[in-house]
Design a protein around this ligand. Sequence first.
Ligand SMILES: [Zn+2]
Length: 51
Amino acid sequence: MTCGVCGATAAAPAPLTWSTARGPEGRSVCCPSCTRAHVRAMEAKLDEAHW
Ligand SMILES: [Zn+2]
């Protein structure tokens, strides 16, 4: 599997430190470093969407 953000690779199944997400284009995975940044971005968006 390959990180959809930076292109890092890992053997499947993904370690727990990797996150998976379902989107309109299918399943995507993020490596730990990208997940941290991505989660913050998602939380920021959610805050805007909910409030
Ligand atoms: Zn990455």
